[in-house]
Design a protein around this ligand. Structure first.
Ligand code: AMP
Length: 298
């Protein structure tokens, strides 16, 4: 495994990779969710490129940029064991040198949900991912379901800007009690950690009533709210029932696939989770069909 820190070194190492390349972009503090993306990239490509970059432009002024967990030696050991071929670890000064003034704004799909609560977040994400797509020259890029709106924004950007790669979406990897793995889970106290699986329980409750025939979006939302209300440590930021492809709110009982999603604070830690309905869509194929996308045929 080769680790590179500069753009000329990345370009040279990328040029030396042969065959199809899979890209996994991360902010480090790696866990099994990230490693599942690396495993998928390895399976489906000849070489795997991983980036580790805590991107300052996607953090709001009152968010956790300065205390975001960082442990590069541990991350590199995990990536070596996972079989990554090339790792790019740039600094903020390298990605945003003096005079940098370009941004990528993906309009409609960035509004609402996370975008509604984190102004500027998706512009930061789209800009850095566009840069990484350009640098990586990958055939496939792998993202996690956990950040469902993020991958829908990136799919839209890739289509609109004609990036010639497929955007693949892999299912959320969870702890044994259902909590979605996240680098931010390490902020939770033991008591908060015990409360945190309530997000998944709320999704499961709505998923069960959907499976039993419930199609009213308000009823599905109320059910999630009711489960969350049963956990005193959980403070709901939003709970949403949206169209799985457009991410726009659903108000009637039309039978198109749905994205249930939520952001909930447990103490100061903001947790997010989501699920597609019908439940069979929560696979690599279903998720990629709804949230990701293939490039247009050459
Ligand atoms: P991050 O380091 O949080 O920016 O995440 C890097 C990539 O890993 C993104 O595509 C995330 O959606 C994905 N990811 C994060 N957590 C999980 C998880 N629990 N399961 C699957 N993918 C994840």
């Amino acid at each position: 495994m080769q680790v590179v820190e500069t753009i000329p070194a990345l370009r040279a190492a990328r040029a030396a990779l042969s065959g199809q390349v899979g890209l996994v972009t991360t902010m480090g503090a790696l866990h099994a969710g990230h490693l599942a993306l690396v495993a998928a990239a390895r399976e489906e490509n000849d070489a795997t490129l991983v980036t580790i970059f805590v991107n300052p432009t996607q953090f709001g002024p009152n968010e956790d940029l300065s205390k975001y967990p960082r442990d590069l030696p541990r991350d590199l050991a995990l990536l070596e064991a996972a079989g990554a071929d090339l790792v790019f670890t740039p600094t903020p000064a390298l990605m945003y040198p003096p005079g940098f003034q370009t941004a990528v704004a993906v309009e409609v799909i960035s509004q609402g949900l996370e975008g509604g609560h984190r102004p500027g977040h998706f512009q930061g994400v789209a800009t850095v991912v566009a840069k990484l797509f350009n640098l990586a020259g990958a055939d496939r890029a792998y993202f996690g379901q956990k950040d469902a709106q993020q991958v829908a924004v990136i799919r839209t950007m890739a289509q609109d800007l004609n990036f010639p790669l497929a955007v693949i979406v892999c299912p959320t990897v969870r702890e044994s009690d259902g909590l979605a793995m996240s680098s931010r889970n390490m902020y939770l106290s033991p008591e908060q950690r015990r409360a945190a699986p309530v997000l998944y329980r709320a999704l499961l409750a709505a998923g069960e009533s959907y499976a039993a025939g419930e199609r009213n979006p308000e009823a599905l939302e109320s059910q999630m709210q009711a489960v969350l209300a049963g956990e005193p440590l959980a403070q709901v930021e939003y709970v949403s029932v949206a169209d799985a492809r457009t991410l726009q709110p659903v108000t009637d009982e039309a039978d198109s696939p749905l994205l249930l999603s939520m952001a909930v604070k447990v103490g100061v830690t903001r947790l997010i989770d989501n699920m597609l309905l019908p439940g069979e869509l929560n696979t690599r194929a279903g998720l990629t069909q709804m949230l990701g996308g293939e490039p247009p045929a050459p």
